[in-house]
Design a protein. Structure first.
Length: 394
């Protein structure tokens, strides 16, 4: 499929055009396909730079959320309507920022997982379910570019062109497999989920951190990461374009004492100006000057069980429970034709096995509910976990 059926719609970039779209989509019928394009790798943060919609009776719309940053009126007009998204959890945060929050949802990627499709990207799903091939050449472009080139707009419009058709076909497949109610519980859970909490110590996710062992070196990573983040936010560019993770780790390991020493490290080479080098060296110096009491600890305090590889030494009985539970979950997932992680979150299995309730149905049900498992998951997984816990019960 090379062209949208109705051609490429104009980009809506003013209040008058937005009002027309809101009226048209409010008057449409059936589910509404929704997608958003971000500029990951180019801009700071995960804001939306294009919003695409399609609904029967309204056609397709492309909206510029930079020119129209408040789409809450559109969100309100579509309240109560089922929104169809592919990999909804990726797009919902940036849609929420501009006032678009669904009250009902159908996630075609998640539906594909539950249906047992081996490849669940939008292009693969459209091809295997509907028989159309979508051009996927512009997914990683800089969507903050203005004006957006016509080939990109064509690609964006095609992303919602067949989304409702895909939804309808997947609904039939889920129903045929007896999984439609499972899927609906999953979709309802996505809608009801609160926004994620801000990540604690995000600097610890610097790629290559496993090489950094000493607390003073950790302080350098933290200081360089935070300096980079402030610069990236101010300049509205991706942090990786300011300074690479590899360069941060390199400086932390080397602990350079001068700008000259810093400039000899990978990532701080000849392209970097003296002023930039001085600001990075200043960050290194600040970390080196910290008193011992202010240095970060080597690891984050664990919330929950330790890594499974350590279980055999720390608690052999727990390791045996986990092994039995994993084998049972794996067998059941294969029998049901869906990925293990969609049957039950691996972290939930680990927590149940590390601090087990009594090996009876009611106790396991209560624990699973407490960890947020949906009713269909609780019903299916409880017997497996009871058996795994019973095998190790004294």
């Amino acid at each position: 499929m090379l062209e949208p059926r109705d051609g490429i719609p104009p980009v809506i970039a003013d209040e008058a055009g937005l009002a027309e779209v809101i009226a048209a989509f409010a008057a449409g019928s059936g589910p509404v396909a929704v997608d958003a394009e971000r500029a990951s790798g180019y801009r700071y943060g995960q804001r939306a730079y294009l919003v695409q919609l399609r609904r029967q009776g309204a056609g397709s719309a492309l909206i510029d959320p930079v020119a129209c940053p408040d789409l809450s009126a559109l969100g309100d007009a579509l309240s109560g309507v089922e929104w169809v998204l592919h990999a909804a959890t990726q797009d919902l945060p940036c849609l929420r920022e501009i006032g678009m929050v669904p009250t009902r949802l159908f996630d075609t990627e998640l539906a594909g997982r539950l249906s047992g499709f081996p490849r669940v990207g939008l292009g693969a799903m459209v091809e295997s379910v509907l028989g159309f091939v979508l051009e996927k050449g512009h997914s990683a472009v800089d969507w903050s570019t203005r004006p957006l080139p016509e080939p990109w707009l064509r690609y964006a419009a095609l992303d919602v062109e067949l989304l409702v058709d895909l939804r309808d076909a997947l609904e039939k497949e889920l129903d045929r497999q007896g999984k439609l109610e499972w899927a609906q519980q999953e979709f309802d859970a996505i809608v009801a989920a609160p926004p994620p909490e801000p990540r604690k110590d995000p600097w610890r996710r610097t790629s290559g951190m496993h090489k950094v062992r000493r607390r003073r070196q950790l302080a350098v990573v933290r200081e360089l990461w935070q300096t980079r983040d402030r610069i990236a936010q101010r300049r509205d560019i991706s942090p990786g374009k300011v300074l690479s993770d590899a360069a941060i780790v390199e400086a932390a390991l080397a602990l350079p004492g001068t700008v000259h020493a810093l400039s000899a490290l990978n990532g701080f080479g000849h392209r970097m100006g003296r002023r930039q080098l001085e600001q990075w060296q200043a960050a290194v110096d600040r970390a080196k000057a910290l008193p011992e009491s202010q240095l970060p600890q080597p690891g984050q305090p664990l919330a929950g069980p330790p890594p499974p590889r350590a279980w055999a030494d720390k608690d052999p009985a727990a390791a045996a429970r986990l092994s039995a539970a994993r084998a049972g979950v794996s067998a059941l997932a294969e029998q049901l034709g869906l990925p293990q992680e969609n049957l039950i979150a691996p972290d939930t299995v680990r927590r149940v096995c590390w601090e087990p309730p009594s090996a009876d149905v009611e106790a396991v049900v209560a624990v699973l509910r407490g960890y947020g498992a949906r009713a269909w998951q609780v019903e299916l997984v409880t017997p497996v976990l009871v058996a795994a816990l019973s095998a190790e019960a004294p």
